[in-house]
Design a protein around this ligand. Structure first.
Ligand SMILES: Nc1ncnc2c1ncn2[C@@H]1O[C@H](COP(=O)(O)OP(=O)(O)OP(=O)(O)O)[C@@H](O)[C@H]1O
Length: 251
């Protein structure tokens, strides 16, 4: 079963090209890492899969259905920088919003089942004790875990994460990777990251985006591909991690 099927996707924001003719398939149960330079179209790809932005050309199927019919099976962890932490809402309330299946109404009432589910997710990501805190009082790592808990409250089959370890310390980062490894036993994961540690520890296949799809395949890149993608491979070697992502190369 294909979790995601993308055919000839192009996205333009006015005159700006974000993605050009991208086609790829993601198998159910896969843990796909998406890398690429700033502005390479990684976030755009996730948003297109979610149906959040209009596509210029192409077609996207999620578990064989148009996204409009299947959005409820996707959990999304947006880029940290796009969230406003000053909003006056508690940690628990944020996770609860993930439980809303249909359109939210002004006086939406959550069931006790929703509350249970929300609490379970906070427990799962390890911040249940912060349930009543205002989100403005969270650290970067705690906030990222909250965003993951909210995405999990959807009970997704497909989890999309946009740089979930940006602005978190090393300990929280390790905890998040460990959690993602566990979650991958239950759901398909697509992770946008610049972090080679993430790529080395969890990810099973890799896609590289630089406007177009430069690479999609196994977790071993050759020098050619990396050069094309970033210009220089030197910074991309995952030092001190169990698996080298890149083959040895000459400087
Ligand atoms: N809402 C928007 N309006 C206009 N242009 C946009 C918009 N969103 C993204 N772009 C442009 O589209 C291109 C791809 O952006 P995108 O955010 O998808 O890249 P990215 O690979 O996620 O980058 P980063 O690593 O910096 O997060 C960039 O040139 C960006 O400036």
């Amino acid at each position: 079963m294909k979790a995601v099927k993308i055919e000839n996707l192009s996205v333009y924001y006015g005159q700006t090209k974000a993605l050009e003719n991208v086609s790829m398939e993601v198998e159910e149960g896969e843990f796909l890492g998406i890398m690429g330079p700033n502005g390479g179209g990684k976030s755009t790809l996730l948003k297109a899969v979610l149906g959040l932005i209009p596509t210029t050309t192409g077609r996207i199927l999620v578990y064989n259905k148009d996204i409009k019919e299947n959005r409820s099976i996707i959990g999304y962890v947006p880029q940290f920088a796009t969230m406003d932490k000053r909003f006056p809402i508690s940690v628990f309330e944020v996770v609860l919003t993930g439980c809303i299946r249909k359109k939210i109404s002004l006086f939406h009432k959550y069931s006790s089942k929703d509350r249970e589910l929300a609490y379970e997710q906070l427990n799962r990501v390890g911040i249940a004790k912060l349930a009543n805190r205002q989100i403005s009082e969270l650290s970067g790592g705690e906030f990222q875990k909250l965003l993951i808990a909210r995405a999990l409250a959807v009970q997704p089959k497909l989890l999309l994460l946009d740089e979930p370890t940006a602005s978190v310390d090393a300990k929280s980062r390790d905890q998040i990777y460990e959690l993602l490894g566990e979650l991958n036993k239950e759901m398909t994961i697509i992770l946008v990251t610049h972090d080679m540690m993430a790529i080395s520890s969890n990810v099973r296949s890799l896609a590289c985006l630089n406007g177009d799809l430069t690479y999609h395949g196994e977790l071993e890149l050759n020098e050619n591909i990396v050069n094309k993608l970033y210009g220089c491979p030197v910074d991309l070697i995952a030092h001190g991690v169990p698996h080298r992502v890149l083959k040895q190369h000459r400087r």
